[in-house]
Write a protein of this length. Structure first.
Length: 135
């Protein structure tokens, strides 16, 4: 089974660096978030890169204040088919806010490692722990 981020609400535990932001779009708990004209779902796609800066601690809609984690978070039951030890990246294409085990490779895609897979369903995410990088 290959890795899949269902973007369904997962279980967040051991979150660090709790803060509050105002959203510039709808998000789901556990989504990778970044800032580009407002706080929104992160995306690795060249030309519209939004580097991950935090993780949504709750669901929210445009204009709403929500809690976010600016440091490490363990997330479970959001993924299937994870490969223990694999690096995670912010997804590209139309998968805003999702994670992937496949490093984006198109020129100018964001390739920053944002976490690691612990098991088929669990990962440790760590925004702001690696320098922003692009392919």
């Amino acid at each position: 089974m290959s890795f899949s981020d269902t973007q369904a609400t997962g279980v967040l535990t051991n979150g660090k660096g709790l803060g509050t932001i105002v959203l510039a779009g709808a998000v789901s708990k556990g989504d990778a978030l970044g800032y580009s004209g407002g706080w929104k779902r992160a995306l690795a796609t060249a030309g519209s890169v939004v580097q991950m800066r935090c993780i949504a601690a709750e669901d929210g809609v445009d204009g709403q204040s929500i809690s976010v984690y600016f440091d490490s978070v363990i997330i479970d039951n959001r993924f299937t088919g994870g490969t223990a030890g694999a690096a995670l990246y912010v997804a590209e294409g139309s998968d805003n806010g999702k994670y992937t085990e496949t490093a984006p490779s198109t020129s100018s895609d964001a390739t920053t490692k944002v976490g690691y897979v612990v098991s088929a369903t669990e990962a440790v995410l760590a925004p702001n722990h690696n320098v922003d990088s692009v392919a």
